[in-house]
Design a protein around this ligand. Structure first.
Ligand code: GLU
Length: 317
């Protein structure tokens, strides 16, 4: 069945909000949630709320509660959840085992300093893991473990093209071996890696459309590779421009004037704030108050895709 106004997608989309509860939300987080909500709802679909609280040191339950109140106050309601990543360790462990059966997974003893020394990235480049620990012998691994060295676990990646069609950015191709190298699926502090947890949860929660910031576009091939190893469906992906501050830096939770309490104080009503984010982000033509529900009436995915395409950053002001 096709609902809504889009010819790009012909299915009911199930999207998600996946906030990391590490602080108060900023305009960029709200923009990502708003786009995800509009894209799913414009097909008659639904939204799952998942709390990405995988990082035990930085995630705080109080922030998760606050994020939920913030979404509700802005009219960004979800249909399922909240689901918490911290409660999903068993599912991640099972996926880790399964990945290890399908591709080489090995312990990596490199320290942060080792990794930076081997490949200092230039602006816009990524750190590519050079495979240093891939060929350690069993004896060398045991020796390092006996020396008390902690290890992360990496999955070996293939050397070849991996392509996908981004809903907003168009066709994408990358080669994991050149673009990132073997990557971490379990960290040295034993937490499971972001990519592993994300693909396991997206699949289990039935997400068929992931909308997020363009800074995560380069993570998508890693996630698709894990989906293939795990025999999981690949959802549609849509990567939206990043909101950056006047200095061109990505908004962060510590940018006080882009944090939600300051934004609400400045804009006075949730609708004025949502309307302003929508205006800056190419979701409406005028800077006027609007609820997500009102934006939905006029939302058109093709038009939005034309504005978002090849646009890396939008200055927040
Ligand atoms: N939790 C991430 C964030 O808050 C989003 C991860 C994702 O969308 O895959 O930026």
């Amino acid at each position: 069945m096709t609902c809504g106004n889009s010819s790009i997608v012909k299915a009911l989309l199930k999207g998600r909000f996946a906030p990391s509860p590490t602080g108060r939300m900023h305009a960029g987080n709200i923009y990502a949630a708003l786009c995800s909500w509009l894209i799913a709802k414009s097909t008659g679909g639904s939204i799952v709320l998942r709390i990405d609280d995988l990082d035990p040191d930085r995630s705080k339950p109080a922030f998760a509660d606050q994020v939920m109140r913030d979404f509700e106050q802005l009219g960004l309601f979800w249909d399922e959840g909240p689901f918490y990543q911290q409660r999903r360790e068993e599912a991640y462990r099972a996926a880790f085992e399964r990945i290890s059966e399908k591709a080489p997974v090995y312990p990596c003893f490199c320290t942060r300093a080792d990794l930076h020394a081997s490949s200092a990235p230039h602006l816009g480049e990524r750190n590519v893991y050079q495979g240093t620990c891939r060929h350690l012998t069993a004896a060398q691994r045991t020796e390092r473990q006996q020396e008390g060295k902690s290890c992360a676990w990496r999955v070996q990646v293939p050397d070849g093209p991996l392509s996908f069609q981004d809903l907003l950015q168009g066709p994408q191709t990358s080669n994991l071996a050149c673009d990132c190298g073997d990557f971490v699926i379990r960290r040295a502090d034993h937490a499971f890696g972001y990519h592993l947890a994300t693909v396991v949860d997206d699949a289990e929660q039935g997400i068929n459309c992931v909308v997020r910031g363009i800074d995560l576009l380069s993570s998508t091939p890693q996630q698709i590779y894990l989906q293939r190893l795990l025999g999981l469906e690949t959802p549609s992906y849509g990567h939206i421009p990043l909101l950056v501050n006047v200095k061109g830096k990505r908004l962060a939770k510590r940018d006080k004037d882009a944090a939600l309490d300051a934004l609400l104080a400045a804009h006075q009503t949730p609708e004025a704030l949502v309307g302003h984010i929508a205006y800056i982000g190419g979701l409406q033509e005028e800077d006027q108050p609007a609820s997500p529900q009102q934006l939905l009436q006029a939302f058109n995915l093709e038009k939005f895709a034309a504005k978002a395409k090849a646009r890396y950053a939008i200055t927040w002001q």
